[in-house]
Design a binder for this molecule. Structure first.
Ligand code: PMP
Length: 361
């Protein structure tokens, strides 16, 4: 604490991102990155842009990318907003749609950035407990006064809420904004984007970091009624006119146009997820049925904290959240089949030695 800090800084508890270690031998399964890399067309577009106009500011409205996303989802440009990662889109949304006089609701177990934004912007919030099976109690999100924020699929559970359930929540909150954070939706059955045409209070937030394998480029977007998008633009233009640089604009536009690479890699990740889920269950782990590019697992007789450390020693980095309700779980990002085969071998070695130690005790 420093005497020069503002009240906002004093009350903030910053988000702690997953570790980004420099060890080249580490197999990184801790921040839900996509192991396949972006479409080759992205690299081409970025290289071309690199030689073009870096001396000029980029488009403040990210127009070309907005048009590409609007076409992809069959919407108008004024229904799309682009941000520097969906984290920025979410931060702007807190400023644009939530007020200090009523509580917003989000699940008690969800993306841990949400309470950070709430504290920074002084927005009161209520954490709604999940059901015992980690599903979201949709009825508890109806009829709120301040607004709703739900990740779908939820993180770090990976569980998916049906479009019908999402629609019911949106319908039952006609006087406030419902934000659905679809960071992992491309690994799940269906997006709620088609609903934005019918509901002026629904904002969908998505990212290029996961399914498009562009975590390093920092591009996220929101889709909603033009009235909501205008609010986001008002916040952005009161903060930083050029949030997306020229390379990111070129790369992300190329990514959204390459359906073949997208379909191939997202299908592959979903297949590996199903295979890994079975393999983990065969080893005695409880695995939630994930619709994301990660799984959340636990084991009755193995401490997640110990497993996390042992895996790290073996150079496999997974995520352990020391938080109520999930303190004995590990979140494992889906890598390639080869990475996951090696991971399972390391896990077997660890389980064997822990079992022996147990026996010797
Ligand atoms: N929402 C959720 C649920 C996430 O897990 C993440 C990734 N950590 C984000 C949003 C932010 O993603 P990005 O800023 O890379 O778009």
């Amino acid at each position: 604490m420093n005497k020069f800090w503002s009240e906002a800084v004093k009350r903030t508890e910053p988000y702690v991102p997953g570790e980004q270690l420099n060890d080249p031998e580490i197999i990184k399964l801790n921040t839900n990155e996509n192991p396949y890399g972006p479409s080759p067309k992205v690299t081409e577009a970025v290289e071309t842009e690199l030689k073009r106009k870096l001396h000029l500011y980029p488009s403040p409205g990210a127009d070309e990318l907005r048009e590409a996303i609007a076409q992809y989802y069959e919407l108008e440009q004024n229904q799309v907003f682009i941000g520097n990662g969906s984290d920025e889109v979410l931060a702007f949304s807190f400023m644009a749609f939530f007020d200090q006089d009523s509580k917003i609701r989000f699940p008690a177990i969800t993306y841990s950035f949400y309470p950070v934004y709430a504290k920074l912007f002084n927005i009161p919030y209520e954490k709604i407990p999940l059901n015992h099976d980690f599903t979201i109690p949709a009825a508890d999100f109806c009829d709120t006064e301040g607004g709703v924020l739900i990740a779908n699929p939820n993180a770090p559970t990976g569980l998916y809420l049906t479009i019908e359930a999402v629609e019911a929540i949106v319908q039952d909150n006609p006087n406030c904004v419902v934000i659905i954070d679809e960071a992992y939706i491309d690994f799940a059955p269906a997006s709620a984007v088609p609903l934005v045409k019918h509901y002026p209070n629904l904002l969908i937030v998505q990212t290029m970091s996961k399914s498009r394998s562009l975590a390093g480029l920092r591009v996220g977007f929101a889709i909603g009624d033009s009235g909501l998008i205008e609010a986001l633009n008002r916040v952005k233009d009161s903060f930083n006119s050029y949030t997306i640089d020229r390379l990111a604009l070129a790369g992300a536009s190329a990514a959204i146009k390459d359906d073949a690479h997208f379909n191939e890699t997202t299908d592959k990740i979903a297949q590996t997820r199903e295979w890994l889920t079975g393999e983990m269950r065969n080893r005695g782990f409880t695995v939630l049925p994930s619709h994301a590019n990660f799984i959340l697992v636990s084991h009755e007789r193995q401490s997640a904290a110990v497993l996390y450390q042992r895996l790290k020693q073996e150079k496999y980095l997974v995520r352990h959240f020391n938080k109520p309700g999930i303190e004995n779980h590990l979140r494992i990002t889906i890598g390639t089949d080869e990475q996951m085969t090696l991971f399972l071998k390391a896990l077997d070695r660890i389980m064997e030695t822990t079992a022996t130690n147990h026996y010797e005790e």
